[in-house]
Design a protein around this ligand. Structure first.
Ligand code: HEC
Ligand code: HEC
Length: 423
């Protein structure tokens, strides 16, 4: 109850902050939209008067910025928050096919930058154990809305594998981004002695072109916050940008795309004044967003922490990693208490059947457990309504650990859950 009212307060404060910042932008933005087809430039202009720092949430709340940001970084956080909550429309490039109209509509619980129970659909065809993402038919991500009903995408009949993916929080992503690749690679070496076989997801980062260790998304499919920002603008909202310049054709139908794609690509342009596109501005918000706040451990939760180690959860849900050197002081050599090794594990029957990047059909990234108390329902498809159900559904490489959890008595289980609700 206390946690709930606290998060309601958090949402209230941020809503007030957004309400105070938004009118300065939205009035000219609306006017601009009618006159010219480049409304995004307007939305990128730095705020004439940066939102007062007093409006920012305290560190103890979900949705607060990282502690120790400079005034410029705080302004970038607030400007990014603005982009993150902005409702897109046809003129700003929304669609032709999309999943939702703003980032916050899927990432708003319990505060801006959180997750939500909203799930997206992935599909593909699996035959003889080989996965085909049906790209020519609009796969693997379904865009379930369209600016015109005629352009609407459906799961094609050829799809034999259909999986749901829940919206995850973006709290503390700058910290996760700042963890060196080598640290994640070392996790894979270290855990072998525990009988665990996590593998890094090696991906080509669309920003730098370099091979990097992927760490974002249920399959660790992307390595950087900016890459995910560009990916989300295109794939969740249909807004093309310099990293992802090509629109998704509805179920691969180029003629339909041509008919309904009315805004020149890339729809997100770099503002000559700031040197940034909306994808960069939104990335600033996520990079400077603080981690979930921790709750003081009760004696029961402290016992639970020991059980977390003893049952082997910590082998995959690694409690802590350190960031490396970073040009942003607030991200440099910081502890990241994310409770994940950021590796892919063979989860047996819990895998979602989708092959993505180097992640196989049964492989999933160890889900970070920080902020767990505010991110129900659980698991990639939201099938688990409680933390207990989420643990009970562990399979594959996590089977031994799950069985040790099942062997705990009722008091011990409660202690473990008390711990998980405090991190
Ligand atoms: C329709 C709902 C929806 C919308 C709209 C949406 N997202 Fe997401 N987001 C998701 C889902 C679902 C995932 C998990 C995706 C996966 O791993 O396949 C996700 C994951 C992410 C992640 C990775 C988080 C992590 O730690 O792994 C980032 C970053 C992100 N979204 C940013 C954004 C941004 C920025 C926008 C706005 C441009 C946005 N999202 C819009 C549903 C949405
Ligand atoms: C072999 C590695 C591994 C071990 C061991 C393991 N987990 Fe997990 N855990 C994962 C993976 C991978 C996921 C994501 C699975 C999915 O959603 O498909 C996950 C997801 C979770 C989730 C859901 C998180 C969310 O945001 O939805 C919880 C809770 C959880 N684990 C707790 C535990 C606990 C408690 C233990 C020990 C009893 C444990 N795990 C042991 C790999 C592991």
């Amino acid at each position: 109850m206390r946690a709930l009212s606290r998060s309601l307060v958090a949402f209230g404060v941020i809503a007030v902050a957004a309400a105070i910042v938004l009118p300065t932008l939205s009035a000219p933005l609306r006017k601009q939209t009618r006159i010219r087809a480049e409304p995004r430039l307007q939305s990128l202009r730095p705020l004439a008067k940066p939102a007062s720092q007093a409006l920012l949430l305290p560190e103890t709340q979900f949705g607060a910025p990282l502690p120790g940001l400079t005034p410029e970084q705080t302004t970038a956080f607030m400007t990014g928050l603005n982009a993150f909550v902005a409702l897109e429309n046809g003129a700003s490039g929304l669609g032709p096919i999309f999943n939702n109209r703003s980032c916050v509509s899927c990432h708003g619980q319990p505060a801006v930058g959180g997750g939500s129970g909203i799930r997206v659909t992935r599909f593909g065809q699996t035959s003889n154990g080989v996965f085909n993402d049906l790209e020519t038919l609009g796969g693997s991500l379904l865009q379930q809305n369209a600016i015109d009903p005629l352009a609407r995408e459906i799961v094609p009949a050829q799809a034999t594998t259909v999986a749901l993916r829940q919206s995850t929080p973006v709290f503390g992503l700058g910290l996760i981004e700042a963890i060196p690749d080598e640290t994640i690679l070392a996790n894979a070496e270290e855990q072998q002695s525990l009988g665990l076989n996590g593998v890094p997801s090696l991906v080509t980062d669309v920003v730098s072109g370099n091979t990097r260790v992927g760490r974002f998304g249920w399959k660790a499919q992307l390595a950087t916050v900016l890459a995910f920002s560009g990916d989300a603008y295109l794939n969740e909202m249909g807004i093309t940008n310099r990293l992802f310049p090509q629109e998704n054709a509805p179920n691969g139908n180029a003629a339909l795309l041509a008919q309904f794609d009315r805004v020149r690509d890339p729809e997100d342009r770099v503002d000559p004044l700031s040197g940034k596109g909306v994808i960069d501005v939104a990335a600033d918000f996520m990079r400077y967003l603080g981690p979930p706040p921790v709750v003081q451990f009760t004696p029961s939760a402290l016992q639970g922490r020991t059980l977390f180690e003893q049952t082997g959860c910590a082998g995959c849900h690694k409690p802590q990693m350190m960031t490396g050197p970073n040009s942003v002081q607030a991200l440099s050599f910081k502890e990241v208490n994310l409770y994940s090794d950021l590796l892919l594990h063979d989860m047996g029957g819990l895998g979602d059947g989708i092959v993505q990047g180097t992640a196989g059909a049964r492989e999933m990234k160890t889900a970070p457990l920080w902020g767990l108390r505010a991110s129900a329902p659980y698991l990639h498809d939201g099938r688990a309504l409680s933390v207990d159900q989420a643990i009970q559904a562990h399979d594959g490489e996590a089977l031994a650990s799950r069985n040790r959890y099942r062997a705990l008595n009722a008091t011990q289980r409660q202690q473990l859950l008390d711990f998980l609700n405090s991190i």
